[in-house]
Design a protein around this ligand. Sequence first.
Ligand SMILES: *Cc1c(COP(=O)(O)O)cnc(C)c1O
Length: 370
Amino acid sequence: MSQRLNLTRIPCPGLKTKPEPGAKLGFGSLFTDFMFALDYTEGKGWHDARIEPYAPLELDPSCMTLHYGQTIFEGMKAYRGEDDSVRLFRPRLNFERMNVSAKRMGIPTLDVDLALQALEALIRQEADWVPGEPGTSLYIRPFIFATEGHLGVRVAKTYRFLIILSPSGAYYESGLDPVSIYIEDEYVRAVRGGTGFAKTAANYAVSLLSQIVAKERGYEQVLWLDGVERRYIEEVGSMNVFFVIDGEPVTPVLNGSILPGITRRSVLELLEHQGRPAREMRLAVDELMELARAGRVTEVFGTGTAAVISPVGRLSYGEESISFTYNPADSLAYQLYDDLTGIQYGHKPDELGWVHCVTPGRKPQTEGSL
Ligand SMILES: *Cc1c(COP(=O)(O)O)cnc(C)c1O
């Protein structure tokens, strides 16, 4: 049974100046006027839903999150359609995944419908912050963290759920820009039984050192191998990974240490829908490199909310580095990017029912755009 959201709106003393249309937005440093907040207290459950001014938080120095890391997050986007509607892409999946992350971290779960109502209310209030230039979006960061001040190691008794919004620029300035990737063979990100499948801070904290090393060696991102044998391909920093091998799209099968991306799932479902199903399988890095050397790996690309699809131009493993040519005209990566962004922004039909409109369109779609 879904709960109804009982929402209080706390006014802002003054609103920020919104960026000029066409201004460079970047990513993750500009925030809207308001955020959604909801508290949890043991014995009482979630309470005090409110939309309040975006502002610094006051935390007890013994706040358990700062010491023991009991925190989880989600990442999604609101898109402005050609008809001016504000649209979300499969948002229930994000809140369902947030509950999976919550369970793993001993954090109380949250009714998915309630979370969705909260997000919709916040986005309606902040709709003018959704940028309209091609490729731009309003990045949405829901997160839950322990608020209790206490130094004993146990689950906290109080938590806060916040949703903050950040207008963000187009990921690609002109066309998909291939990334270079360093396959990490010393450190690992996650192991089965650990927290790899959860969107929780610890997974990112342990990944940063490898990112420094990768940068020093001239690579932009890190690809992780499994934590036990350090042989099976898992995923890239904040993207899942696909390969086209002998013409067939292939991705590592979810195994408990890979983050189950919603873009990954959408790519799999879209390919199935288009009659070109991908294969989910265990992929050994040595076998992959051998296939790549033989020219049988024609494409490598990452999938994630931020970039949608990110072609990989260079892959390094040990002493070896292999390059892949990215040619949009016959690239699966490009086709998937075009299809997914087409659905998200509304210039392609939403045959699979993935789009969730928050505010209706006010302008007609451009003729012939469907
Ligand atoms: C968020 C994330 C992804 C991509 O998930 P999407 O739902 O597609 O955005 C992949 N890997 C990691 C580690 C992530 O945190």
